[in-house]
Design a protein around this ligand. Structure first.
Ligand code: CAA
Length: 327
């Protein structure tokens, strides 16, 4: 594990803004709240880049599972020779787990919240973070659609609240969508921008409107694919194949919805629908039904496809296999 006096940031790293370099040098301890898919991916990337990572979740079992997942994902990199076994062990040694939030953040320079996409939960977490963190700590959220300005307004440091939206799988996807809250300080935005570059990512700064850019564009695409399925225009396989082979998307929109989580897609559509007050963002009834019935996609074992642990085969869920199926 890094000593707290050790500086993880290499000064010579290219592309870092001079003005924020000294601030970046002081950034050593990063606390990640939540150890699910996004939380463990974010912890992975920070630990691999030399930061001391405090990973916090309410259950130790979830944290243990996350550390095991990070180890397995680093093994992929080792097998591809993009990471040495020694660097993997060093990176894993930088991750310390916590179930107590105050303890996890008491020395944090940056906190990244990656909890469930629920506004009430995020507000509660940010109120607690604001009380427990040192004054200098930057509070970032990995929210995929909730207003940064609103989250920041529940703290006494709205200038230090920012969106740092990573994409799944975090170690693979290059983008960090940085979201400026209305009150976010420009120096904080610049710091997070340079930090993202330091992590080897490509940052893009956007302003705080519902769904930002990524999900304002991606979610209506996914929702439209679900509407087309709901109307019986085509089956699951056809819709995904058309988008994969016709538009060179790595995954079809229905497979991507399963991958993201149908519950997350539904909650983002609701944020867009309420935020813009425009009927064009209304979530598809089929999406609402699937979520209400507990079909969340890959994480629950069934969505538009069925998922068997250990198998990479893509099998259309039996209820969607009948080509004449209509809602
Ligand atoms: N950690 C580390 N490496 C990983 C990984 C992980 N979790 N998952 C995959 N990889 C690596 C693999 O080892 C492999 O590496 P090489 O290229 O060096 O061989 C590479 O990524 C590709 O993986 P696979 O061969 O297993 O599978 P694939 O070629 O089918 O790619 C995928 C998988 C990268 C997920 C690809 O299908 C893809 O890009 N899908 C779209 C992902 C996407 O759109 N993500 C954004 C979702 S939206 C979001 O996250 C935000 C939101 O707000 C909703």
């Amino acid at each position: 594990m890094l000593q707290t006096t050790e500086t993880p940031v290499k000064l010579e790293h290219a592309g870092i803004n001079e003005n924020t370099r000294h601030m970046l040098e002081k950034l050593k301890i990063v606390t990640v709240i939540g150890s699910g898919t996004m939380g463990n991916g974010i912890s992975h990337v920070f630990a691999q880049s030399g930061f001391s990572v405090h990973m916090m979740d309410v259950k130790q079992a979830a944290l243990d599972k996350a550390v095991a997942t990070i180890g397995k994902n680093m093994d992929r990199q080792v097998s591809k020779n993009t990471l040495t076994e020694e660097a993997k062990q060093t990176a894993l040694g930088r991750i310390v787990t916590y179930t107590d939030m105050a303890e996890a953040v008491k020395d944090a320079d940056l906190v990244i919240e990656a909890a469930t996409e629920n506004i009430d939960l995020k507000i509660k977490i940010f109120q607690e973070l604001d009380k427990a963190c040192p004054e200098h700590t930057i509070l970032a959220t990995n929210t995929s659609s909730i207003s940064i300005t609103r989250i920041g307004s529940y703290t006494k440091r709205p200038g230090k609240v920012i969106g740092m939206h990573f994409m799944n799988p975090v170690p693979v996807m290059k983008l960090v969508e940085i979201i400026n809250g209305y009150a976010t300080d420009a120096t904080v935005t610049q710091l997070v921008y340079d930090l993202s570059k330091y992590l080897g990512k490509v940052p893009c700064v956007v302003n705080d409107y519902p769904g930002f850019i990524s999900n304002r564009i991606l979610m209506p695409l996914i929702n439209e694919a679900i509407l087309a399925l709901q109307e019986g225009v085509a089956g699951v396989e056809e819709i995904d194949t058309i988008m994969k082979l016709g538009m060179a998307h790595p995954m079809g929109p229905l497979q991507l919805a399963d991958f993201i989580g149908l519950d997350t897609c539904y909650s983002i559509m609701n944020v867009l629908h309420m935020g813009f007050g425009n009927q064009k963002y209304a979530p598809a009834t089929l999406l609402a039904n699937m979520v209400q019935a507990g079909f969340y996609g890959a994480k629950s074992g069934e969505g538009f496809y069925t998922y068997t642990p250990g198998s990479k085969d893509l099998v259309v869920a039996s209820r969607f296999q009948n080509k004449t199926w209509k809602m």
